[in-house]
Design a protein around this ligand. Structure first.
Ligand code: BGC
Length: 740
């Protein structure tokens, strides 16, 4: 009775289509619960157990099955042999490419190019969909301020605005405008929410984030993903302010559903419902199922608490059937939007989708734009191949097709990678002698027996190009570091090379910002390439040889020392901000100085308070100057738009791209605001000697934030606005927001 009454309610629920409503009214209870369960695939075959589960309607989704014929077979069972013929969601972590691997997301973020990020996601979707994958667990849009955290590699960096724009671009790329079109798949915004604030950068740790900070910093990318129509969200593993995210009703019901009106469904992270018991939130798995489901978690990934306990929880009225119907309806709706009910199974003939020339071109382009030039002393770069006789290519990452792909490449194939060595060899004229010495077995090696040979080659060269950094396994999920210097004896290798007195170019491949301070003065140029993916070689060779001009900008702050972490540009001012006048290093403090002799500011005694490289920073082979920052008016009311114009001159010798960044500061507010906040940016191409006028428009929404009462509002008063090539820009104007 109870069940039938609730079903009537759902059938008339206008949010579900006729087909979904019809299915809901025909489903047995176990078939509904089955839709809420995601099970693990068997990697290339279908066990009889899995086949039977699908046939019986106990499975809504399968994770980690990418063999085309196997996926087809599973879908065939679901659609032809199960009672209601409901197709499966086939989920896979397609994080930065399926076969064609693009830069790690943190690298993509350094391109500040939403269009390219979208194209990369579109290609990843196309390749993955060709084997029947119809759901990816990306984009990962956790604000990441801690480079010790291995998952920073998978993130889009530290800034809420940049992360929102690029996260939405990924959603658009994966899903397109119509998810039912071939080659489009459902996206999943993860990990909701706050995962990146894990204590001491250790994965899965506790997060404590005040609500104001959560709303202003951590949630905006998720709000944007919801507004962009992301089909699904994933709850985080982490404990948020005492309530693990996977059992957090406030997050999933109040914020996501009530405030944002999210229309898709929420999946747990891997066994994160089961883990509620380990967190100490629940007593047993029945309790976990109850807590998670009532908190708004629709689908359970891999653990089986829903399957085991939902029926009983319904009987005891601890779970409401209307809620079950609602969750099932949401999941069926995503399947419908994907066109799964109407599509034939995919063709197992997939080869055509992989590594298309256009895909490789995009991979090269985004890898090129993601490299950040951090230093270029004496214009050591680009290398003039016509005037160079010998390049000594040194280091464990110069010719390693696997490591250049980075973390999360379940389906990547290193044999398709083009390495820096091979690309440089093909790009240079035959007059250039390129010697290659790996010098170290891995980036973590401490053995120095290969050094002598590498030093001998380097000693003969005109320029030394060292490819150093971190192997892929040193970042990513559960791969966090307490020390983020270059690992192994790479620093020693650099020091020895520096003693030769030759120009040294460092190409750094890494999954996180590393602390480069110990070696930065020993080298001439530093090109930070992250893990650039399949086309790392051609992208980097072009940059080294001046066929392309670096244009990437840091999506995250580079600290001098690990002890400065968390260090991010959009910090609060505090009551005693650090200034250069007040800075003193401990080595310069006279003995027995009185306690108050230091100026009493927010500094560390053993390092400067500034970062080594600030957010938004990145050099070019050309030079850009900014001038004529003008505002359309100096007082705006709430309905007006403020136009901010700036002239960008390319005063150097190269036609080049520049990422023009606009920051604001709300000087006085009911809840304190950051010293700078990125509000807009624009990647522009300016020919050498020419200039371009760039115009931004700011409206009331750009000036709004969650205030002391957690209301989204702009407060009248004075603002600063800056435009420039990094967050350290000093080109500033002011305006006032007036009521009216
Ligand atoms: C990760 C998720 C991922 C899931 C499925 C988890 O361990 O935290 O980001 O999507 O596994 O592989």
């Amino acid at each position: 009775m109870h069940v039938a009454a609730d079903m009537a309610k759902v059938s008339s629920n206008p949010r579900f289509s006729e087909r979904v409503s019809q299915l809901l009214s025909n489903m047995h209870l176990h078939e509904k619960i089955g839709q809420l369960c995601q099970v693990s695939g068997c990697e290339g075959h279908v066990s009889e157990h899995l086949a039977q589960q699908v046939r019986d309607g106990w499975v809504g989704s399968v994770i980690n099955e990418v063999d085309g014929p196997t996926v087809n077979y599973l879908q065939h069972i679901a659609k032809q042999e199960s009672r209601l013929g409901i197709p499966l969601l086939i989920g896979r972590d397609v994080i930065h490419g399926f076969k064609t691997i693009f830069p790690i997301p943190l690298g993509q973020a350094a391109s500040w190019n939403a269009e390219l990020v979208e194209q990369a996601a579109r290609i990843a979707a196309l390749e993955a969909n060709s084997v029947g994958v119809n759901w990816t667990f990306a984009p990962m849009i956790d604000i990441s301020r801690d480079p010790r955290w291995g998952r920073i590699a998978e993130s889009l960096g530290e800034d809420p605005y940049l992360c929102s724009i690029l996260g939405a671009a990924m959603v658009d790329g994966f899903q397109g405008t119509d998810m039912s079109e071939s080659g489009q798949i459902a996206a999943c915004a993860k990990h909701f929410a706050g995962y990146g604030a894990t204590e001491s950068g250790r994965d899965y740790g506790t997060t404590n984030i005040p609500e104001n900070e959560l709303r202003n910093i951590y949630l905006p990318p998720f709000k944007m993903a919801s507004d962009s129509g992301a089909a699904t969200f994933m709850s985080s593993f982490s404990d948020l302010n005492g309530v693990p995210a996977s059992g957090n009703r406030w997050l999933m019901k109040k914020i996501l559903r009530e405030e944002w009106g999210f229309k898709g469904f929420v999946v747990s992270d891997w066994e994160s419902i089961y883990q509620l018991e380990i967190h100490g939130l629940t007593e047993n798995s029945r309790d976990s199922a109850q807590k998670a489901f009532n908190a708004g978690l629709d689908m359970e990934m891999v653990s089986t608490t829903y399957r085991e306990h939902l029926e009983e929880l319904l009987e005891t009225k601890q779970v409401d059937i209307a809620q079950v119907d609602h969750s099932v309806g949401l999941i069926l709706s995503v399947k419908e939007q994907l066109g799964l009910f109407d599509k034939d199974c995919q063709s197992p003939d997939t080869a055509d989708a992989f590594y298309q020339q256009e895909s490789l071109d995009v991979a090269k382009q985004i890898a090129t734009q993601s490299c950040v030039l951090l230093k270029n002393h004496n214009q050591t770069l680009p290398i003039n191949a016509q005037e160079t006789q010998h390049i000594a290519l040194i280091g464990p990452l110069a010719d390693d097709g696997f490591e250049q792909l980075g973390t999360w490449i379940f389906d990547g194939e290193p044999q398709h990678s083009v390495t820096i060595r091979s690309a440089l060899e093909s790009a240079c004229p035959s007059s250039v002698n390129i010697t290659y010495d790996r010098a170290m077995a891995t980036t973590r090696s401490y053995t120095t027996d290969l050094y002598a040979q590498a030093l001998a080659s380097a000693n003969q060269a005109d320029v030394i190009v060292m490819c150093v950094g971190e192997e892929a396994i040193l970042s990513g999920e559960a791969h966090c570091r307490a020390d983020i210097d270059l690992p192994g004896s790479q620093m020693e290798l650099i020091e020895k090379m520096a003693e030769l007195g030759k120009p040294i170019v460092l190409v750094v491949l890494a999954g996180r910002p590393l602390t480069l301070e110990p070696i930065i003065e020993k080298v001439d140029s530093v090109l930070y390439a992250w893990h650039p993916g399949t086309m790392a070689g051609p992208a980097i060779a072009d940059l080294l040889l001046g066929e392309a001009v670096p244009s990437g900008k840091l999506p995250v702050t580079f600290p001098r020392k690990v002890g400065q972490i968390p260090l991010y540009y959009n910090q609060k001012n505090s009551g005693k901000p650090a200034t250069n006048d007040q800075y003193i290093h401990m080595n310069d403090i006279p003995p027995r100085s009185p306690q108050t002799s230091l100026g009493m500011a927010a500094i560390h005694l053993d390092t400067h308070f500034s970062p080594l490289f600030e957010f938004g920073f990145g050099l070019s082979y050309s030079q850009f100057t900014y001038s004529q920052l003008t505002l359309s008016q100096h007082h705006i009311n709430r309905s007006e738009t403020l136009e901010v114009a700036v002239t960008v001159h390319n005063t150097g010798d190269w036609d080049a791209d520049e990422v023009v960044q606009l920051y604001i500061r709300d000087l006085v507010a009911s809840a304190t605001r950051p010293v700078k906040e990125l509000k807009q940016f624009s990647r522009v191409h300016v020919k050498r000697g020419e200039h371009k006028k760039v115009i931004f428009s700011l409206n009331i929404n750009d000036l709004s934030f969650y205030n002391d009462e957690m209301q989204w509002a702009a407060e009248s008063g004075h603002f600063h606005v800056w435009v420039g090539g990094s967050s350290a820009t000093t080109l500033q104007q002011g305006f006032e927001l007036i009521d009216g």
